[in-house]
Write a protein that binds this ligand. Structure first.
Ligand code: TXA
Ligand code: MG
Length: 311
């Protein structure tokens, strides 16, 4: 785990400018939203997104929420129309996340969506989150800024306690108002995917009854089955069998390599892109062994799902 100096930034013009500079450089910056403190990285930069998972110590790649300053910006990345658009206009900025189809040419790292064709996106109302997003001027992927399995942070001190030394900076603007993650809705029929800071009743007053949880995608475990390559995937392969393509790791002969240098952050950033590229050939895919430490655990989790027999 990297041990870097984590700067504590004030929520003034200089602090926000530094936060934006760090994000542009692929750094990780925690900032307050009205729900909880987020751990932000440039959603277009696969390495930055991989570092989010590394910093949190997440054992799997579940898709992340992308943060933007307004509805119009959200529409560059996701197709927000019909009921989703009504909800966006009524509740954004605020503690609501919409899951909507990804738009062509979105430019986001596939690690943000875990290779899905849908995107979770939200417009936070916290003035400091708004400032960071506007000055950075790009989409920010941000899960809650806590180590995996720990409770979500509602103060900069919580963030420091959990992630000091693993992220570049925290913008300290006191305690979050809501203290609970955003409510997530999506799917057809429209369903409540995660209860949160916006009450279900407030949403249903606009949409009518939401589908029961379970009718739509909810947990990351369920989501994972949505990304499986068409091709047969064979793990822990050191050489390709005849007809197979080899996805390498570390210095070796391969058709594509996750990281010639054997860097797990680089490998995570390349994972979904390379799987898609190889899958598009229609040939079976052999994958080199990946060390099962750090981000390797999440990479192996995802590869096992890709290789699992399906009906
Ligand atoms: O309040 C919040 O939402 C906080 C603050 C920082 O904004 N963020 C947050 O992000 O909670 P995160 O990454 O921890 O939450 C992501 C949730 C996960 O439960 C994930 O399964 C779901 O969003 N999710 C993401 N993309 C999805 C998709 N395409 N379909 C369904 N669920 C999705
Ligand atoms: Mg969380």
């Amino acid at each position: 785990m990297p041990n870097i100096e984590t700067a504590l930034l004030a929520p003034d013009a200089a602090g926000i400018a530094e936060a934006a500079r760090l994000l542009s450089a692929g750094g990780l910056v925690s900032f307050p939203t009205e729900t909880v403190y987020g751990l932000g990285g440039d959603a277009r930069n696969g390495t930055a997104v991989a570092r989010i998972f590394e910093a949190k110590g997440r054992p799997s790649f579940n898709p992340l929420i992308v943060h933007v300053p307004d509805v119009d910006t959200a529409r560059r990345y996701a197709d927000i129309s019909g009921t989703l658009e009504t909800l966006a206009r009524r509740f954004w900025p605020g503690p609501l996340t919409l899951v909507a189809p990804l738009k062509d040419g979105h430019g986001l790292s596939p690690l943000v969506t875990a290779g899905l064709e849908t995107l979770a996106i939200r417009v936070p109302s916290h003035p400091v989150a708004q400032d960071v997003l506007r000055v950075f001027d790009g989409p920010v992927a941000a899960p809650s800024a806590n180590p995996s399995g720990r409770i979500s942070p509602t103060t900069a001190a919580h963030v420091m306690a959990g992630l000091h030394g693993r992220i570049d900076a925290v913008v300290d603007a006191g305690a979050c108002d809501v203290g609970l993650e955003s409510t997530i809705v999506g799917g057809a029929p429209l369903a409540l995917l995660r209860p949160g800071g916006l009450a279900k009743e407030d949403i249903e007053a606009v949409t009518g009854p939401l589908a029961q949880a379970g009718e739509a995608i909810t947990a990351p475990g369920q989501l994972s089955s949505h990304y499986a390559p068409d091709a047969i995937v064979r793990l822990n392969a050191n050489i390709a069998n005849p007809g197979e393509l080899l996805l390498g790791f570390g210095p070796m002969q391969s058709d594509l390599n996750l990281s010639v240098a054997g860097d797990l952050v680089e490998a995570a950033a390349n994972l979904f892109d390379h799987l898609h590229t190889l899958d598009a050939t229609g040939k079976p895919i052999a994958v080199a062994p990946i060390p099962n430490c750090g981000l390797g655990q999440a990479i192996n989790d995802r590869l096992r799902r890709a290789a699992a027999p399906r009906g």
